[in-house]
Structures are given as C-alpha cells and as structure tokens.
Design a binder for this molecule. Structure first.
Ligand code: ADP
Ligand code: MG
Length: 304
C-alpha cells in the first residue's frame, strides 16, 4: 500500500500545480542527485523573437526579400525558432502564409528545407548547411571567416544564429533570442544548495548554451546534442551512479524523459513530453521541481 506520507506529499504537490503520476516517482525524487535541464522552453520561456537579419551576397540590399523566403520555409514548422522568424515576417507585412510552398521538410535538430515561390530555401544550423552542399554567394565579395565571426559574436550574446541558403548559396544569417524564465536562476540555485548537480542539455550550439548557462548559474553544459542522443546523456550520468531527474518540454526530450529516473514535463510543453514524464510542472516554473524534491524528502523522512 502507498504510505500515507507519500499520499500527503502528492496531494500538496498537486495543490502547487505539480502533478505526480506515481508513488514511485515521488520516492525516487527524494534520491535525485543530478538534474538535467533542457534549455529552450525549460530554462528559457521558449518564445524566442528575431533579433538580427544579416543578408549576404545578392540579398545585401534586400533584407525583407530574404526574410520572406526564410519565413515561407519555416511557415509549417512547429519549432519555436521558426515561430520567431514567421512572426517577424508577418509584423513586417511580408505575408509568409501566402507564399507558394512545396517539398517542406523538417530536419530534426538541424533546421528546415522548402521550395518557396520557386526558390530552394534552407534555414538551420551549420550542420544542415554542410549536409546540403551550399556554396558561398556568387554575387559580392563575401568572406567565410567574416560570416563565422558574425555567428560567433551573436552566440556570445546568448542568441541562436541560423544560416539561410537560397538556391544553393548562402544568403544570410538570422538570429533569434529567448529570455530566461524569471525564476530559473532561483530554482537552479536551490537545487545546487541541495547538493544536486545541475546540467543543461541542448541541441543549440556550445557558445549560445554557455551564455545562457552563465545567466542562470548552471555549471555543466552539454550542447549540440542531436534529439536522438539526449537519452544517451541521461544514461551516461546513470552509469556514473547518479539518480537523474530530467526536465523538458519538447518532442525531442521525450526519450530522455522516459530514460531518466524521474522525468518532469513542462505543462505548457508538447503532449508527447507530458506522456513520457512521471511529473508535470503545470505552471512551467522550475521552482515546481524544487518543491517536489522537498516534498519527496519530507515523505521519505516520515517513512523513516
Ligand atoms: P533545443 O534542444 O534547444 O530545443 P533542437 O534540437 O530543437 O534544440 O534544435 C537544435 C538546433 O537546430 C537549433 O539550435 C537550430 O540551430 C537548429 N534548428 C532546429 N530546428 C530549426 C528550425 N525549424 N529552423 C532553423 N533552425 C532549426
Ligand atoms: Mg525545449
């Protein structure tokens, strides 16, 4: 039978919007000594907005033209980065929804490709551009070192820079930035003062991830992780003897949430994440995780 103290703690958690699926999940939470946090949508609000468009080559004098094609390509993507690009294009009156779109393809953890108004468009990270065999612009005198330096500078500001390619040539850099949730730093600080190791796990690049990690006080960062490899990082910590809690919001996080000793889904996240988790943080605040761990400790003390 479920100990009364576990039922009491589960009830208290529910009152705080922390839904615990099983007594076992609560008990395991009391033994957690490593917490792994997804970045986008978990530590940050997950509603990034566009900050920079740096057009290249023939697009130097046509920023809006480039943005319209990029937003057309991203129109049918569900990724928060895509939403930021589409929202900015709409705000500039570029009507990406009216574009002619064909062969839209999502490349998980990389970006998207789509034929937009007859142009082959790609938007994504450097790995996507590498795979697509994209060349330098044939117009103008662009320098690859300058492009790389621009991306590095944007990353150091905590922004996520993406590359856009049109018809097989680099066409620009598009950067978006997300804000950290108001109490992420407080929650991470509380976890660390409980002696819990806190790690950020993200598909985003190392420099951007480190900039965000500094803002919230996370000391371990695992960046550039492909969606299919997130669960492996959890297993690696478990192999080192840690009892691991993972918090995430995306479809990408579902296997890692299932792999963790206790999986926590952000309530505003995707259904797949919620279904794969043991606990749902309804408000989306990481303080819910801290309260749940505190309640788990209280329940364990009472069980003795
Ligand atoms: P996270 O773990 O931060 O949620 P993802 O695994 O979803 O990140 O994506 C990793 C990286 O792949 C992003 O930082 C971005 O560079 C690129 N990417 C993913 N989806 C898109 C998209 N729709 N448009 C552009 N770039 C994308
Ligand atoms: Mg996420």
């Amino acid at each position: 039978a479920t100990p009364l103290s576990v039922m009491v703690s589960t009830g208290r958690a529910a009152q705080m919007g922390v839904l615990i699926r099983s007594a076992e999940a609560l008990e395991l939470s009391g033994h957690v000594n490593a917490v792994v946090l997804d970045k986008t949508g978990t530590i940050t609000a997950g509603r990034p907005s566009l900050t920079d468009v740096l057009p290249l080559g023939a697009w130097r004098s046509n920023t809006d033209g480039l943005l319209a094609l990029a937003a057309g390509a991203e129109h049918d993507s569900e990724h928060p980065l895509a939403a930021a690009i589409v929202a900015e294009a709409e705000q500039r009156g570029l009507a990406p929804g009216d574009s002619q779109r064909e062969a839209f393809q999502v490349h998980a953890g990389l970006g998207v490709t789509c034929t937009v108004d007859g142009h082959a468009v790609a938007v994504g990270n450097t790995d996507l551009i590498d795979r697509l065999d994209v060349g330098m612009p044939s117009v103008g005198n662009e320098d690859l070192d300058d492009i790389i330096a621009d991306m590095e500078r944007l990353s150091e500001q905590g922004k996520t820079p993406m590359l856009a390619a049109v018809d097989g040539e680099l066409a620009g850099i598009i950067a978006v930035a997300d804000t950290v949730k108001p109490d992420s730093a407080q929650a991470i600080d509380a976890l660390r003062s409980h002696g819990i190791t806190v790690t950020m796990l993200t598909g985003d690049n190392e420099t951007t991830a480190s900039a965000v990690a500094r803002q919230v006080g996370v000391d371990h960062v695992i960046a550039g992780v492909r969606p299919e490899n997130k669960a492996d990082e959890i297993a690696r910590l478990q192999a080192q003897g840690y009892t691991v809690a993972m918090v995430g919001d995306g479809i990408n996080d579902a296997p890692a949430l299932a792999r963790a000793d206790v999986g926590f889904a952000i309530g505003t996240g995707t259904d797949v994440a919620i279904q794969s988790a043991d606990v749902t943080l309804m408000s989306g605040s990481l303080m819910g995780l801290v309260h749940e761990i505190d309640l788990a400790h209280a329940a364990l003390r009472n069980i003795g």
